[in-house]
Design a protein around this ligand. Structure first.
Ligand code: ADP
Ligand code: MG
Length: 242
């Protein structure tokens, strides 16, 4: 795969330490994390609240930088890139899905999905609207395309956010508690969309608190107090979570 790291790994996190300032002091939130993700994997990251899961995702997406260690994603040294390089790289190679959707409220759903394509310029301007509609169709939202995000349900907004994350056909999809704000049934529907993406060859790293969903993910990585305490291929095994 041309966008892997040349060693069959799409994501390599190597000995990552992350400190945050707290007053005059520092707190170490990631205490030496190493994790590899291969193309096509579906990984869930679990663990108690406040233990470093989002911080780890932010290292992988380059939203934040490690204090020490390396982060190599799609063959790029994410920890060394400038903000401009990061924005361009992220726009083309990484799709990010958040708990609270983060749709732009003044753009309709279709425009929200087109926006990353306008930014990355990977697809010709004439293709973008049609591609966005096809993505909305795939997440079951074509009939809502011209509504503002605030006019549709949380589940529909998250579907739109998934379509937006797929806009530039990213190598990696990262989702931080994507079902955390949805009811159980809607969460299951959204999760089924993720499974479908993985079946079609996408690579997905998802933080979740939902133990029912986590046990359906092939690989579970547990983070407790800034360290990986478990990294297992569970493949549907029972996981007793939080
Ligand atoms: P999780 O996603 O597992 O709930 P986080 O990675 O968000 O946990 O946070 C881990 C710890 O790092 C928490 O104690 C949180 O308060 C702290 N933290 C996160 N981001 C910052 C920041 N920008 N500045 C200071 N502390 C932070
Ligand atoms: Mg978090």
């Amino acid at each position: 795969m041309s966008n892997s790291n040349g060693n069959g790994k799409l994501v390599q996190v190597i000995d990552v330490v992350k400190n945050f300032p707290v007053g005059d002091d520092e707190v170490t939130v990631l205490k030496g994390i190493s994790i590899d993700v291969k193309p096509g994997e579906f990984v869930s990251i679990v663990g108690p609240s406040g233990n470093g899961k989002s911080t780890l995702l932010n290292m992988i997406t380059g939203i934040d930088r490690p204090t020490d260690g390396q982060v190599i994603v799609t063959g790029r040294e994410v920890h060394k890139m400038s903000e401009n390089e990061l924005a361009a790289w992220r726009g083309e190679h990484v799709g990010i899905i958040f708990q609270f959707f983060q749709m732009l409220p003044s753009l309709n759903i279709l425009q929200n999905v087109i926006l990353p394509m306008d930014f990355a310029k990977k697809y010709h301007p004439k293709e973008r609207k049609e591609r966005a509609m096809a993505l909305l169709e795939a997440v079951g939202l074509a009939d809502q395309a011209h509504k503002l995000p605030g006019m549709v349900s949380g589940g529909q907004q998250q579907r739109a956010a998934i379509a937006r994350a797929l806009a530039n056909d990213p190598d990696l999809i990262v989702a931080d508690e994507p079902t955390g704000n949805l009811d159980t049934r809607t969460a299951n529907d959204v999760f089924d969309l993720f499974l479908g993406l993985v079946e079609r060859g996408k690579t997905l790293v998802m933080v979740t608190h939902d133990k029912e969903l986590a046990r359906r993910v092939p690989r579970v990585v547990e983070i407790i107090d800034g360290r990986i305490t478990r990294d297992e291929f569970v493949g549907g095994a029972v996981w007793t979570g939080y």
